[in-house]
Design a protein around this ligand. Sequence first.
Ligand code: SF4
Length: 482
Amino acid sequence: MKLLTKSKYLAGLQCPKYLWVQYHDRDRIPEPGAMAKHLFKEGDKVGEMAKKLYPEGIDISFDSFKENLTKSKELLKEGKPLFEPGYIHENCFSRADVLVPVGDEWDIVEVKSGTKVKDVNVHDVSFQKYVYEGAGLKIRNCYLMHLNTEYVRDGDLDVEKLFKLRDITEKVEEFSKGLEDRIEVMLDVISADKDPRQDIGAHCKSPYACPLTECWDHLEDNHVFKLYMGGAKSQSLYESGVHAIKDIPDAFKLTDKQDIQRECEKTGKEFVSKGDLKHFLKDLNYPLYYLDFETFNTAVPMFDGLSPHQQVPFQYSLHVVKEEGSKPEHYEFLYRGSSDPRKEFLDSLKGVIGSSGDIVVYHAPFEKSILKKVGNYFGEEEWVSEVNSRIVDLLIPFRNFHYYNSKQQGSASIKKVLPALVGKDYSGLGIQEGAAANTEFMRVTYSESEDKEKVYADLLEYCELDTKAMVWIVDKLREKVV
Ligand code: SF4
């Protein structure tokens, strides 16, 4: 009999088909991407850090399955915290991050690299509690230990302050209702010969983006789930048999932006709101500084002045266009040391960003918040405030659908807008998206690697294209309004 583990229980809550595939046909599940792998590693680091809070704790996480089960039973007598003890009850198997003894009872402590309690965490602990109680342990309270966003590193890590311990005992009780029935259904799914029929829907993205993308293959590119902020509307259209945006009946009420999407699909033409675009372009003040950052973040702050998951800028690309139609000048920075990149990044940017003219970025809140945090830490509040006041967001005309082209597939991201509007893309680059940029930078910068120079060259090429893309986009928009 196959055992139901807590991660599989969570998979089963999301989707029975995903659960079945995990047991019977794992090859169908694509390899996790760069960001997912980074997050797994960060989760492991956080788990190791949390163990420091229980100096008496006994770690059995590295033992084999059999040994773990045997030791977990034996060690209960010791009356000490246990890291990852495993227990079985009724075909269910679970390992707690930490079991803490309290007299003859135990507290469950689940450690997460997130910064708040999520429903999926409570389901996770509910399953654990069910297994441990079934195995004969008396559980007193349940806790979630997550990262504390208010913590700012100053010198050695203060592990006490790095975490917040949240009592979720009552929530666990609530989420435990119906748990046995759910487990029974899941055990039936696991023992079936075929995967259960399961259609796509909102559950494919929540609580996690399901990696089994094959379920979406029957849809054409511009399907109803690509409707901008489609939500329940997309779902109801799909369930009523309308799968493509072009097939949405004219009488079906859509928002203005969704209506533009439908119109573009039906006519095959792009949408251009000349008045709005002219307004946006007219307001641009030369010289224009097209700016883009690359950043990384870690769950446990690496350097002083950082909080958990705070973004650390390590690279920028800047194209400066002195006046309309003039050739862009390119400037760039990539940190090449092995410590904190922020000061060098800031000093370099100060040298090239000028004191007048708009700074064009794509998704301004991100760039502004990075600059603000770095500036505050290094005593450059005034400079940052002046720089941030010059920032213009090139995302806005696209998010407002002042330009739309069906090749964007409902998205205003630069990765979609560039090929749709300009006909160029990121294919052929060694690094093609932000997640790969930050994980690759971290890999070659903070560990030994032979391909460091190759990765740095790829990073420079990638970031340069981000700002070149903005120059091209603005040029194209100008053509559209003539
Ligand atoms: S993509 Fe959706 S339907 Fe397919 S297995 Fe995942 S959650 Fe289930």
